[in-house]
Design a protein around this ligand. Structure first.
Ligand SMILES: [Fe+2]
Length: 316
Protein backbone atom coordinates (compact mmCIF):
# COMPACT_ATOMS: atom_id res chain seq x y z
CA UNK A 1 0.00 0.00 0.00
CA UNK A 2 1.41 3.42 -0.90
CA UNK A 3 2.16 5.88 1.91
CA UNK A 4 -0.66 8.31 2.60
CA UNK A 5 0.26 11.97 3.04
CA UNK A 6 -1.97 12.82 6.01
CA UNK A 7 -0.38 16.26 6.33
CA UNK A 8 -1.62 17.09 2.85
CA UNK A 9 -5.11 15.74 3.59
CA UNK A 10 -5.21 17.81 6.79
CA UNK A 11 -4.28 20.94 4.85
CA UNK A 12 -6.91 20.07 2.30
CA UNK A 13 -9.98 19.36 4.51
CA UNK A 14 -9.00 20.60 7.96
CA UNK A 15 -7.82 18.68 11.02
CA UNK A 16 -11.24 18.10 12.61
CA UNK A 17 -12.84 16.75 9.43
CA UNK A 18 -9.88 14.41 8.81
CA UNK A 19 -9.73 13.14 12.40
CA UNK A 20 -13.48 12.50 12.60
CA UNK A 21 -13.54 10.57 9.36
CA UNK A 22 -10.43 8.52 10.18
CA UNK A 23 -11.86 7.67 13.60
CA UNK A 24 -15.20 6.46 12.25
CA UNK A 25 -13.45 4.56 9.44
CA UNK A 26 -11.45 2.68 12.08
CA UNK A 27 -14.33 2.09 14.50
CA UNK A 28 -17.20 0.95 12.32
CA UNK A 29 -16.37 0.05 8.74
CA UNK A 30 -16.77 -3.72 9.03
CA UNK A 31 -19.67 -3.67 11.49
CA UNK A 32 -22.95 -5.28 10.47
CA UNK A 33 -25.06 -2.88 12.53
CA UNK A 34 -25.30 0.63 11.14
CA UNK A 35 -23.67 3.93 11.91
CA UNK A 36 -24.89 7.36 10.85
CA UNK A 37 -28.11 7.04 8.82
CA UNK A 38 -27.46 3.35 8.08
CA UNK A 39 -29.61 0.92 10.11
CA UNK A 40 -27.75 -2.13 8.83
CA UNK A 41 -24.54 -2.32 6.80
CA UNK A 42 -25.85 -4.75 4.20
CA UNK A 43 -22.48 -4.84 2.40
CA UNK A 44 -20.88 -6.51 5.42
CA UNK A 45 -23.35 -9.40 5.82
CA UNK A 46 -21.61 -11.99 3.67
CA UNK A 47 -23.87 -14.93 4.54
CA UNK A 48 -26.96 -13.06 3.32
CA UNK A 49 -25.49 -12.62 -0.16
CA UNK A 50 -24.25 -16.21 -0.22
CA UNK A 51 -27.81 -17.35 0.51
CA UNK A 52 -29.23 -15.04 -2.18
CA UNK A 53 -26.65 -16.33 -4.66
CA UNK A 54 -27.67 -19.95 -3.94
CA UNK A 55 -31.36 -19.07 -4.43
CA UNK A 56 -30.65 -17.26 -7.72
CA UNK A 57 -28.56 -20.15 -9.03
CA UNK A 58 -31.31 -22.58 -7.99
CA UNK A 59 -33.92 -20.61 -9.92
CA UNK A 60 -31.65 -20.08 -12.95
CA UNK A 61 -31.91 -16.30 -12.48
CA UNK A 62 -28.27 -15.52 -11.66
CA UNK A 63 -27.03 -15.24 -15.25
CA UNK A 64 -29.99 -13.11 -16.23
CA UNK A 65 -29.25 -10.78 -13.29
CA UNK A 66 -25.61 -10.54 -14.38
CA UNK A 67 -26.66 -9.63 -17.93
CA UNK A 68 -28.96 -6.96 -16.51
CA UNK A 69 -26.05 -5.51 -14.47
CA UNK A 70 -24.07 -4.68 -17.63
CA UNK A 71 -27.04 -3.42 -19.64
CA UNK A 72 -25.97 0.20 -19.13
CA UNK A 73 -28.51 2.80 -20.18
CA UNK A 74 -28.29 6.53 -20.87
CA UNK A 75 -31.09 8.47 -19.19
CA UNK A 76 -31.95 12.01 -20.34
CA UNK A 77 -33.27 14.40 -17.69
CA UNK A 78 -34.21 18.08 -18.19
CA UNK A 79 -33.90 20.54 -15.31
CA UNK A 80 -35.96 23.73 -15.68
CA UNK A 81 -34.49 26.72 -13.84
CA UNK A 82 -36.07 30.21 -13.96
CA UNK A 83 -32.93 32.09 -12.88
CA UNK A 84 -30.44 30.15 -15.00
CA UNK A 85 -27.91 32.49 -16.65
CA UNK A 86 -28.42 32.63 -20.44
CA UNK A 87 -25.05 31.04 -21.22
CA UNK A 88 -26.09 27.85 -19.39
CA UNK A 89 -29.34 27.26 -21.29
CA UNK A 90 -28.85 23.76 -22.74
CA UNK A 91 -25.76 23.00 -20.61
CA UNK A 92 -25.38 19.23 -20.16
CA UNK A 93 -24.02 17.42 -17.12
CA UNK A 94 -23.07 13.74 -17.21
CA UNK A 95 -23.84 12.18 -13.83
CA UNK A 96 -22.13 8.93 -12.81
CA UNK A 97 -22.60 7.28 -9.43
CA UNK A 98 -21.79 4.16 -7.40
CA UNK A 99 -19.15 2.74 -9.72
CA UNK A 100 -17.91 -0.02 -7.33
CA UNK A 101 -15.12 -0.53 -9.84
CA UNK A 102 -13.16 -3.39 -8.24
CA UNK A 103 -16.05 -5.87 -8.42
CA UNK A 104 -16.63 -7.28 -11.91
CA UNK A 105 -14.56 -6.16 -14.93
CA UNK A 106 -17.61 -6.62 -17.19
CA UNK A 107 -19.32 -3.69 -15.42
CA UNK A 108 -16.55 -1.12 -15.81
CA UNK A 109 -15.87 -2.33 -19.33
CA UNK A 110 -19.53 -1.63 -20.15
CA UNK A 111 -19.16 1.81 -18.57
CA UNK A 112 -16.07 2.66 -20.64
CA UNK A 113 -17.91 1.57 -23.78
CA UNK A 114 -20.91 3.78 -22.94
CA UNK A 115 -18.72 6.79 -22.12
CA UNK A 116 -17.78 6.89 -25.79
CA UNK A 117 -21.45 7.38 -26.75
CA UNK A 118 -22.26 10.52 -24.74
CA UNK A 119 -21.51 14.23 -25.23
CA UNK A 120 -21.55 16.63 -22.27
CA UNK A 121 -20.19 19.90 -20.92
CA UNK A 122 -19.34 18.72 -17.39
CA UNK A 123 -19.10 15.35 -15.64
CA UNK A 124 -19.91 14.76 -11.96
CA UNK A 125 -19.44 11.56 -9.94
CA UNK A 126 -21.48 11.13 -6.75
CA UNK A 127 -19.29 8.66 -4.86
CA UNK A 128 -18.77 4.97 -4.05
CA UNK A 129 -15.83 4.09 -6.28
CA UNK A 130 -14.82 1.00 -4.27
CA UNK A 131 -16.73 -2.28 -3.89
CA UNK A 132 -16.14 -2.85 -0.19
CA UNK A 133 -16.58 -0.36 2.63
CA UNK A 134 -13.15 -1.23 4.08
CA UNK A 135 -9.79 -2.75 3.16
CA UNK A 136 -7.39 -1.91 0.31
CA UNK A 137 -8.43 0.65 -2.28
CA UNK A 138 -5.46 0.51 -4.65
CA UNK A 139 -7.10 -1.90 -7.15
CA UNK A 140 -10.17 0.30 -7.33
CA UNK A 141 -8.05 3.40 -7.92
CA UNK A 142 -6.06 1.70 -10.68
CA UNK A 143 -9.32 0.98 -12.51
CA UNK A 144 -10.54 4.52 -11.83
CA UNK A 145 -7.36 5.86 -13.43
CA UNK A 146 -8.25 3.89 -16.55
CA UNK A 147 -11.91 5.02 -16.49
CA UNK A 148 -10.79 8.64 -16.01
CA UNK A 149 -9.02 8.51 -19.39
CA UNK A 150 -12.43 8.08 -21.00
CA UNK A 151 -14.07 11.05 -19.17
CA UNK A 152 -13.65 14.47 -20.72
CA UNK A 153 -12.75 17.56 -18.66
CA UNK A 154 -14.03 19.15 -16.53
CA UNK A 155 -14.97 16.49 -14.00
CA UNK A 156 -15.65 16.74 -10.26
CA UNK A 157 -16.47 14.07 -7.70
CA UNK A 158 -17.42 13.51 -4.08
CA UNK A 159 -16.81 10.62 -1.67
CA UNK A 160 -19.44 8.05 -0.66
CA UNK A 161 -19.71 5.66 2.26
CA UNK A 162 -17.51 3.07 0.47
CA UNK A 163 -14.64 5.55 0.06
CA UNK A 164 -11.82 6.36 2.46
CA UNK A 165 -10.44 9.84 2.95
CA UNK A 166 -6.98 8.39 2.18
CA UNK A 167 -8.06 8.11 -1.48
CA UNK A 168 -8.04 11.91 -1.93
CA UNK A 169 -4.41 12.20 -3.06
CA UNK A 170 -4.86 9.46 -5.65
CA UNK A 171 -7.85 11.29 -7.12
CA UNK A 172 -5.65 14.40 -7.37
CA UNK A 173 -3.02 12.49 -9.32
CA UNK A 174 -5.62 11.47 -11.90
CA UNK A 175 -6.85 15.09 -12.16
CA UNK A 176 -10.24 14.38 -10.62
CA UNK A 177 -10.97 17.07 -7.99
CA UNK A 178 -13.05 15.79 -5.07
CA UNK A 179 -15.30 18.38 -3.42
CA UNK A 180 -14.98 17.97 0.35
CA UNK A 181 -17.65 20.39 1.60
CA UNK A 182 -16.47 22.81 -1.07
CA UNK A 183 -17.86 24.74 -4.01
CA UNK A 184 -16.36 25.63 -7.38
CA UNK A 185 -17.63 28.23 -9.84
CA UNK A 186 -18.48 26.92 -13.30
CA UNK A 187 -18.03 29.65 -15.89
CA UNK A 188 -19.36 29.90 -19.42
CA UNK A 189 -19.28 32.91 -21.72
CA UNK A 190 -19.07 35.35 -18.82
CA UNK A 191 -21.87 33.74 -16.78
CA UNK A 192 -21.36 31.61 -13.69
CA UNK A 193 -23.17 28.91 -11.71
CA UNK A 194 -21.85 27.05 -8.65
CA UNK A 195 -21.14 23.35 -8.13
CA UNK A 196 -21.02 22.30 -4.47
CA UNK A 197 -20.07 18.90 -3.09
CA UNK A 198 -20.30 17.43 0.39
CA UNK A 199 -18.53 14.49 2.01
CA UNK A 200 -20.64 11.39 2.71
CA UNK A 201 -23.84 12.22 4.67
CA UNK A 202 -25.05 8.60 5.03
CA UNK A 203 -22.47 6.65 7.05
CA UNK A 204 -19.82 9.20 8.06
CA UNK A 205 -22.21 12.16 8.57
CA UNK A 206 -19.28 14.18 7.20
CA UNK A 207 -21.35 16.66 5.20
CA UNK A 208 -21.06 20.36 5.99
CA UNK A 209 -23.35 22.49 3.83
CA UNK A 210 -22.62 25.64 5.78
CA UNK A 211 -18.94 25.35 4.92
CA UNK A 212 -19.60 24.31 1.34
CA UNK A 213 -21.94 27.21 0.56
CA UNK A 214 -20.29 29.90 2.70
CA UNK A 215 -18.98 32.00 -0.19
CA UNK A 216 -21.73 31.39 -2.74
CA UNK A 217 -23.95 34.38 -3.63
CA UNK A 218 -27.51 33.58 -2.43
CA UNK A 219 -29.10 34.45 -5.78
CA UNK A 220 -26.75 32.23 -7.82
CA UNK A 221 -27.74 28.86 -9.28
CA UNK A 222 -26.37 26.16 -6.97
CA UNK A 223 -26.01 22.49 -7.90
CA UNK A 224 -25.18 20.17 -5.01
CA UNK A 225 -23.51 16.76 -5.14
CA UNK A 226 -24.45 14.61 -2.14
CA UNK A 227 -23.77 10.88 -2.11
CA UNK A 228 -27.12 10.07 -0.51
CA UNK A 229 -30.48 11.82 -1.05
CA UNK A 230 -30.92 11.80 2.75
CA UNK A 231 -29.62 15.38 2.77
CA UNK A 232 -32.63 16.64 0.78
CA UNK A 233 -34.18 18.87 3.44
CA UNK A 234 -30.95 20.55 4.53
CA UNK A 235 -30.01 21.11 0.88
CA UNK A 236 -33.35 22.63 -0.11
CA UNK A 237 -33.51 24.93 2.89
CA UNK A 238 -29.92 26.01 2.21
CA UNK A 239 -31.11 27.38 -1.13
CA UNK A 240 -29.76 24.67 -3.45
CA UNK A 241 -31.57 24.58 -6.80
CA UNK A 242 -30.46 21.11 -7.85
CA UNK A 243 -29.19 18.04 -6.01
CA UNK A 244 -27.58 14.99 -7.59
CA UNK A 245 -27.26 11.81 -5.54
CA UNK A 246 -26.79 8.06 -5.77
CA UNK A 247 -26.09 5.46 -3.08
CA UNK A 248 -29.42 3.61 -3.34
CA UNK A 249 -28.68 1.90 -6.70
CA UNK A 250 -32.39 2.56 -7.26
CA UNK A 251 -32.89 -0.57 -5.18
CA UNK A 252 -30.71 -2.72 -7.53
CA UNK A 253 -33.18 -5.60 -7.11
CA UNK A 254 -36.67 -4.33 -7.85
CA UNK A 255 -40.12 -5.78 -8.39
CA UNK A 256 -41.61 -5.61 -11.90
CA UNK A 257 -42.32 -1.93 -12.56
CA UNK A 258 -39.15 -0.85 -10.78
CA UNK A 259 -40.39 -0.82 -7.17
CA UNK A 260 -37.35 -1.41 -4.92
CA UNK A 261 -37.30 -4.14 -2.30
CA UNK A 262 -34.65 -2.33 -0.19
CA UNK A 263 -33.27 1.22 -0.68
CA UNK A 264 -30.87 1.59 2.28
CA UNK A 265 -31.58 5.29 2.81
CA UNK A 266 -33.50 7.05 5.56
CA UNK A 267 -35.67 9.30 3.40
CA UNK A 268 -38.95 9.02 1.45
CA UNK A 269 -38.84 6.24 -1.16
CA UNK A 270 -39.91 8.70 -3.86
CA UNK A 271 -36.46 10.31 -3.48
CA UNK A 272 -34.52 7.05 -3.87
CA UNK A 273 -34.57 6.60 -7.64
CA UNK A 274 -34.83 8.91 -10.61
CA UNK A 275 -36.16 12.50 -10.72
CA UNK A 276 -37.89 14.13 -7.76
CA UNK A 277 -38.68 17.55 -6.37
CA UNK A 278 -38.66 19.00 -2.85
CA UNK A 279 -39.71 22.65 -2.35
CA UNK A 280 -37.83 24.71 -4.97
CA UNK A 281 -35.14 22.04 -5.46
CA UNK A 282 -34.99 19.57 -8.34
CA UNK A 283 -33.34 16.28 -7.39
CA UNK A 284 -32.13 13.22 -9.19
CA UNK A 285 -31.04 9.99 -7.52
CA UNK A 286 -29.11 7.81 -9.94
CA UNK A 287 -29.56 4.06 -10.12
CA UNK A 288 -25.79 4.03 -10.43
CA UNK A 289 -23.28 2.18 -12.56
CA UNK A 290 -22.08 -0.72 -10.43
CA UNK A 291 -23.54 -3.30 -8.11
CA UNK A 292 -22.90 -4.21 -4.50
CA UNK A 293 -23.59 -7.39 -2.58
CA UNK A 294 -24.10 -9.43 -5.75
CA UNK A 295 -23.30 -8.50 -9.36
CA UNK A 296 -26.94 -8.75 -10.39
CA UNK A 297 -29.77 -6.34 -11.10
CA UNK A 298 -33.47 -6.93 -11.68
CA UNK A 299 -35.96 -4.37 -13.06
CA UNK A 300 -33.40 -1.66 -12.29
CA UNK A 301 -30.82 -1.16 -15.08
CA UNK A 302 -27.59 0.73 -14.40
CA UNK A 303 -27.53 4.25 -15.82
CA UNK A 304 -25.44 7.17 -16.95
CA UNK A 305 -27.62 10.28 -16.56
CA UNK A 306 -27.40 13.23 -18.94
CA UNK A 307 -28.92 16.24 -17.20
CA UNK A 308 -29.73 19.27 -19.34
CA UNK A 309 -30.23 22.68 -17.72
CA UNK A 310 -33.08 24.66 -19.29
CA UNK A 311 -33.92 28.30 -18.74
CA UNK A 312 -37.68 28.73 -18.24
CA UNK A 313 -39.98 31.65 -17.53
CA UNK A 314 -40.51 32.30 -13.85
CA UNK A 315 -44.03 31.25 -12.75
CA UNK A 316 -46.21 34.30 -11.89
FE1 LIG B 1 -23.24 4.35 -0.88
Amino acid sequence: MSAVDFKHIEERVGRIHMMQRLGIQTDHVNDQIGQGYAYINFENIGWMYKLLEIILHGTFLYKRGQRNAVDMQVTHHDIPLPHLPDAFDGYTILHLSDLHLDYKPAIYEALIKRLGDVAYDLCVITGDYRRSTFGPFEACMEIMTEVRKHIRDPVYGILGNHDFIEMLDLFETMDLPILMNETVPIERDGDVIYLAGVDDPHFYLADNLEKALADVPPEAVKILLSHSPELYQEAAYSGCDVMFSGHTHGGQVCLPGGKPVIVNARCPRTLCSGPWRFKQMTGYTSRGIGASGLDVRFNCPPELVLHRLKKVQRAE
